[in-house]
Design a protein around this ligand. Structure first.
Ligand code: NDP
Length: 315
C-alpha cells in the first residue's frame, strides 16, 4: 500500500504569497515542490481589489492578477500546482502523511504550512453584497482609496484601534462602532484612539445595515443602532471596515502542532520551524501581527530555505 503512495520532498499547503514564494525558492533549488492550493486558490489577496503596497508593482496591481503572477513564477521553475484541499495530516513520523480531498495520500519529507488566516466578518448580507465596493477587512490594504472621505470601523480590539487611527490620518472622519461599553484594545491603543480628534467612538453600537449600491456608487452610509436605547443613527461613510479579528486556518493541525490560544502556529523565533522537525510554517498562519503580502512572502522564502537545509542535513 505504502509503495503506491506518491512521495515528494516538499509539500506546500496553501497558495497565497507565502505558499507561492516558498514554491519559487524550493523549485529553483530543484526540490520539485507540490502546492496544494486549498479552498481559496491565491489566498486572501484574491478578495482584494488594488494592491499598491507590494514592492515592484510600481503602478499597482489587482490582488487576483498579482496572485496569478506568483503562480506563474512558481510554475516557471517546475512547481506542481494542484487543485484540492488537504483534509488530514499525520506528522507523527517521517515521511509525513498528507491526505488530499479525503482520498489521495502523499508522503512528504518536508511540509510547509501556508494556510493563512481568514478575516472574521459580521455575517450580514450587506457585507457580502458590498464587499469590494466599500466594504473591506483590511485598512492597510484599502485605506488609501478613502483618502479625504468618511469611514466606519467595526471592532474594539487592537486591530480595530490600529486600523481606525491609521485611517484617521487620511480620512476626514472615522467612526468606530464598539458593541460594548468598553474597548478590548490595550490601554496604549485606546489612548491613541481617544486622542485622535477626527475619530469618534460610539459605544454600545451595532451595525444594522450598510447602505449603498455595487458598482461606481459603493457604500454611502451605515445605519448603526444603540443596543441599549435602540436609537438608530445614519452615519455618512464611503468605507466600512470590519476589524473584529482573524481566524488562522489551523484546525487541520490541532493536536499535531503547538499553537497559541487563538490558533496561530508557534514557530521558533526568527525561523519558520515548528516544533516538529521538517514541518515549517509561513505567512499569516504563524503571524497575527504583520499580516501583509510582503511579510508573508518573506517568511515563505525562509520556510523554503529552512526545508532545503533540513533535507541537506538528512543526507
Ligand atoms: P480581538 O479578538 O482582540 O478583538 C476583536 C474585537 O472585535 C473585540 O473587541 C470584539 O468585541 C469585537 N467583535 C467581535 N465580534 C464582533 C461583532 N460581531 N460585532 C462587533 N464587534 C465584534 O482581535 P484583534 O484582531 O483586534 O487582535 C487579535 C490579537 O492580535 C490580539 O491579541 C491583539 O492584542 C493582537 N494585536 C496586536 C497588535 C499590536 O500589538 N500592535 C495589533 C493588532 C492586533 P468584544 O470586545 O465585545 O468581544
Amino acid at each position: 500500500m505504502t509503495q503506491e503512495m506518491e512521495k515528494v520532498d516538499v509539500l506546500i499547503i496553501g497558495s497565497g504569497p507565502a505558499g507561492y514564494t516558498a514554491a519559487i525558492y524550493a523549485a529553483r533549488a530543484d526540490m520539485k515542490p507540490v502546492v496544494i492550493q486549498g479552498l481559496q486558490p491565491g489566498g486572501q489577496l484574491t478578495t482584494t481589489t488594488d494592491v499598491d503596497n507590494y514592492p515592484g508593482y510600481k503602478d499597482g496591481i489587482t490582488g487576483p492578477e498579482m496572485m496569478e503572477d506568483f503562480k506563474a513564477q512558481a510554475e516557471r521553475f517546475g512547481t506542481d500546482t494542484r487543485w484540492g484541499m488537504v483534509t488530514k495530516v499525520d506528522f507523527s513520523e517521517r515521511p509525513f502523511k498528507v491526505e488530499v480531498d479525503e482520498k489521495d495520500t502523499i508522503l512528504a519529507e518536508t511540509v510547509i504550512i501556508a494556510t493563512g488566516a481568514s478575516a472574521k466578518w459580521l455575517g450580514m448580507d450587506d457585507e457580502k453584497r458590498l464587499n469590494g465596493y466599500g466594504v473591506s477587512a483590511c485598512a492597510t490594504c484599502d485605506g488609501f482609496f478613502y483618502k479625504g472621505k468618511e469611514v466606519v470601523v467595526v471592532g474594539a480590539g487592537d486591530t480595530a484601534a490600529e486600523e481606525a487611527t491609521y485611517l484617521a490620518k487620511m480620512c476626514t472622519k472615522v467612526t468606530m462602532l464598539v458593541r460594548r461599553d468598553e474597548m478590548r484594545a490595550s490601554k496604549a491603543m485606546q489612548h491613541r484612539v481617544f486622542n485622535t480628534p477626527n475619530l469618534e467612538v460610539l459605544f454600545n453600537h451595532n451595525t444594522k445595515s450598510i447602505n449603498g449600491e455595487t458598482g461606481a456608487v459603493g457604500v454611502e452610509s451605515v445605519t448603526a443602532v444603540n443596543n441599549i436605547t435602540n436609537e438608530e443613527t445614519i452615519i455618512p461613510a464611503s468605507g466600512f471596515f470590519v476589524a473584529i479579528g482573524h481566524k488562522p486556518n489551523s484546525d487541520l493541525f490541532k493536536g499535531q502542532l503547538p499553537m497559541d490560544e487563538s490558533g496561530y502556529l508557534i514557530v521558533e523565533p526568527g525561523t519558520s520551524k515548528t516544533k516538529t522537525p521538517g514541518v515549517f510554517a509561513a505567512g499569516d498562519i504563524a503571524d497575527h501581527v504583520y499580516r501583509q503580502a510582503v511579510t508573508s512572502a518573506g517568511t515563505g522564502c525562509m520556510a523554503a530555505l529552512d526545508a532545503e537545509r533540513f533535507l541537506a542535513d538528512q543526507e
